[in-house]
Design a protein around this ligand. Structure first.
Ligand code: PGA
Length: 252
């Protein structure tokens, strides 16, 4: 069953572990520019957790939504150093990135753990963006689509049925490297993701499928025009208004 694409693009900016209070001016500059010249697209920023509350205050009533970069699967408890989805929601986040490859690799997060985090996010009212993506060698061996399908099957709990969420396809070798897959490969993997979502959830809902990995002002328009690309998840280029705004404008 064919899924319909969402009518508007979704541009998400992941600041990763970057940004002190002084960086809030970049977020404010994005918000003010979009207030002055609005776009159709949905725009969200994902600052590090300590900035969420201040960014939510600074951008209140503006068009930019705020999200977190990760959340714990439990609502509260003896988990020193961790932050729950409920706490992030309380601080002003409305979305959360889960299963980013840096979490999967550096923190050894499994599909099963990510599925548990998705449940925690849904309980707290956070809309998840769930990331999937293959390693360079897996792409080279022709296994990229199988890897991504397996990640989707393992990381998406049934409870997502009927809930708003997005998928971000982020080839690990493209993140922060300046390299991107070919247009044909992005189109092919996005189609695989759409088919997998249809098989898991029965089709119907339009789940946005974002591309992420070295998206810049120079390549954003080309990537956003690829069939099946419903938006972009931007890392490095989302840190400054000067580079994030042209990407948002490219999405329209
Ligand atoms: P990048 O990061 O745009 O810096 O490659 C993308 C991401 O990891 O979400």
């Amino acid at each position: 069953m064919a899924l319909t694409s969402p009518p508007t693009k979704f541009v998400a900016g992941n600041w990763k572990m970057n940004g002190l209070a002084s960086a809030l001016r970049e977020a404010t500059a994005v918000s003010e520019a979009l207030k002055a010249t609005p776009v159709q697209s949905r725009v969200a920023l994902f600052p590090p957790a300590p900035l969420i509350w201040r960014m939510a205050q600074a951008l209140a009533d503006g068009p930019v939504e705020i999200g977190a970069q990760d959340s714990h699967r439990e609502d509260c408890g003896a988990y020193t150093g961790d932050v729950s989805a409920e706490m992030l929601h309380d601080a002003g986040a409305r979305l959360v990135i889960l299963g980013h490859s840096e979490r999967r690799t550096l923190h050894r997060e499994s599909d099963q753990l990510i599925a548990g985090k998705v449940l925690g996010a849904l309980r707290a009212g956070l809309e998840p963006i769930i990331c999937v993506g293959e390693q360079r060698e897996q792409r080279r061996m022709g296994h990229a689509n199988r890897v991504v399908r397996d990640q989707l099957e393992g990381s998406l709990p049934d409870a997502l049925t009927g809930q708003p969420f997005s998928i971000a396809y982020e080839p690990i070798w493209a993140i922060g490297s300046g390299e991107t897959p070919s247009v044909a490969d992005i189109e092919d993997t996005h189609a695989t993701i759409q088919e997998a979502l249809s098989a898991i959830f029965g089709g119907g809902a339009a789940t946005p499928i974002l591309y992420g990995g070295s998206v810049k002002p120079e390549n954003a328009a080309e990537i956003l025009q690829i069939a099946g690309v419903d938006g972009v998840l931007v890392g490095g280029a989302s840190l400054a208004a000067d580079t994030f705004l042209p990407i948002i404008r490219a999405a329209g």
